[in-house]
Structure formats: C-alpha cells, structure tokens
Design a protein around this ligand. Structure first.
Ligand code: SF4
Ligand code: SF4
Length: 307
C-alpha cells in the first residue's frame, strides 16, 4: 500500500469501528517549545499529586521510545456525549456513565491495529491515557481539532465531549494537515462557568478542578469544596457543557458507553444511602471503580451535608 492508500484504509476502518474522527500525524520528536510548556505546567505543581505526569519525559518527547521505528501516529476520537442530568439531581460526569473508556477505546484500537497489520504487516501500540503521550499535541498535529481555553480538544462541528486514543505504527501513512485557525472563539464561557477558578485565560490548575478533587484527590476535600460542587459528586462537566461548540451535540450511541438503566434511574435519596454492594453493582467495569467506594461516599457526603 502507498502512504495515501494506507491513510484511506485506516480512516475507513476507524469509521467502521465507531470512531467519530480519525486523523494521522507524521511521528517525530515533539518540538522543544511544546515540551517546555508541558514541563513548566508540572514544575508549577499544577498537576497536583498526579506525579506520573512528571515521569518519562523522554518517551513523551520521542514516540520512537514507545514504538521503535514509529512513523505515524493515528489519533481517534469517540464521543461520550450524554444528555445532561436534570439540574436538581446529583450528577455523575458524563464520561463515567458507561463502561471504562480505557478498555472500550483500547479494544477498538487493538482491532484497528490488527486490521492494519493484516493488510500491511505494520506493528504498533495502542494508547488511551495509558502512557506518556502528549495526546492534545498529537491530535492537533493529526488535524482533528484544536485545544481551546477550556484545555480540551475542540473538534470542529462536533464539540469537546470526546475520548481520545492513539495508535503508534511503524509504517508511513499520509499525514493530515493541522487546523490553522483558532477553533475556540474566546467567548470565556468555560472560564466564567468554572466554579473554582481552575481555568483562567492563561492556564489550568488541576489542583482546583473538581474533576481532580473528586476523582484523583485522596483524603479529605479542601474546605468549601461542597459549595462549589453543587450537584456534581464525580467530575464536573461545567466547562464542557457551557462551550458553544457543544451546543448541538449528537448523543453518543456506543453501547458500552451508555449508562445502565439502574444508574440512570438513581434518585438523590438512593445516592445518599448508597451501599457498597450496590456501588459494586452500579460501577462494575466502570472507570468509577478506580476512585473506590469510600471516596465516592466522601464526595456524596460533601453535598449531603449542605442539603
Ligand atoms: S471540570 Fe469544573 S472545576 Fe474543572 S475546570 Fe471544568 S468547570 Fe472548572
Ligand atoms: S467556552 Fe468559549 S472560550 Fe471556552 S473553549 Fe469553548 S469556545 Fe473557547
């Protein structure tokens, strides 16, 4: 296959596998400026206790250290857009309502790799939040979107409610062209609607972000967190929900990512009295399993005590 043919083949296969978008970037060393931006962010402590972000900078910079002979980086996106929870009900972040997206995306990326391998003999590896990969940088290089003031990838015409995944392969596929114009319209809605000040014009401080505090942070929540949480007991979504690019999103249809009936029907009273047994049933094979029962209850209690 020529690089052009391989590129067309990959995109057709990605579409069949349910990815909404697929773009290809030429693999290479990440520019120094880009790495500097990232290390300055971690050096400033903005990543909180997510210390894994400080490690493996050499691999983050050089894709060939993750896949020897890496020539192309295939970037895919899969929607997790769900209808919003009614305002007066407790809210679980949209991305966490189905099965664990790491597994859902990786299974499909492995299927894509298998198909490419059978067609061309190419080798490679699949990633989804599972390795030191600068995913926003590569998604921009692959032309699938641009990062906005909300620090999310905005996919033109589709929005920001997307999981991202990457396939590094050792074959050359024709690369796409990055989007040159700024997709974010600088309306500031994400910043205005952020209840904690985690988002500013100049940056993002994960330590203040409710997604970080309710999911990654161990131990007691900082004082006053409950008032900022509102109804959100796991994640937050306000910056995404307020972005005009998500104004007309299509609800996603990937079976594994849809919430189970029991989860959708949960009332506040049921959340407030959630047993460990029910927690295990509700979040079997879900990303929420990572936080653990005690942490979820810590979050729910933060809201309960203000009711
Ligand atoms: S998830 Fe919530 S707290 Fe975090 S940046 Fe977005 S709006 Fe702010
Ligand atoms: S809400 Fe406005 S400023 Fe924020 S990312 Fe979306 S378009 Fe950009």
């Amino acid at each position: 296959m020529t690089p052009q043919e391989l590129s067309l083949y990959i995109k057709a296969e990605a579409k069949c596998l349910g990815f909404a978008v697929c773009g290809i970037a030429k693999a290479g060393i990440v520019p120094r400026e880009e790495m500097k931006r990232f290390t300055e962010w971690t050096d400033g402590g903005n990543h909180g206790t997510m210390s894994y972000l400080e490690r493996n900078c050499d691999k983050r910079e050089n894709p060939a250290l993750l896949v020897p002979g890496c020539k192309s980086i295939i970037c895919v996106a899969m929607s997790y857009a769900q209808p919003a929870t009614p305002r007066n009900r407790l809210h679980l972040s949209r991305y966490a309502q189905g099965k664990d997206y790491h597994k859902v995306l990786k299974d499909r990326l492995h299927a894509l790799l298998k198909s490419i391998n059978e067609a061309t003999g190419a080798g490679g590896r699949a990633f989804c939040d599972s390795a030191p990969v600068l995913e926003h940088y590569w998604a921009e290089q692959a032309g699938i979107g641009r990062v906005g003031l909300n620090h999310q990838l905005i996919i033109p015409g589709l929005g920001t409610f997307f999981f991202l995944g990457e396939l590094f392969i050792d074959q050359e596929a024709e690369p796409d062209t990055p989007i040159e114009h700024n997709v974010c319209i600088n309306c500031n809605r994400c910043i205005i609607n952020c209840p904690t000040g985690a988002l500013t014009k100049t940056g993002f401080d994960a330590r203040k972000c409710l997604s970080y505090l309710t999911i990654e942070h161990r131990g007691d929540l900082p004082e006053g967190t409950g008032e900022k949480m509102g109804n959100c007991f796991y994640g937050c979504d306000r910056c995404n929900a307020s972005c005009p690019h998500n104004g007309n999103y299509e609800p996603q249809t990937t079976n594994e990512l849809l919430p189970a009936e029991e989860l959708s029907a949960m009332t506040d009273e049921e959340w407030f009295t959630l047993s460990e047994e029910r927690y295990k049933r509700l979040f079997k094979e879900s990303a929420v399993e990572r936080a653990g029962y005690a942490q979820l209850i810590r979050n729910i209690n933060e809201i309960k005590k203000l009711r």
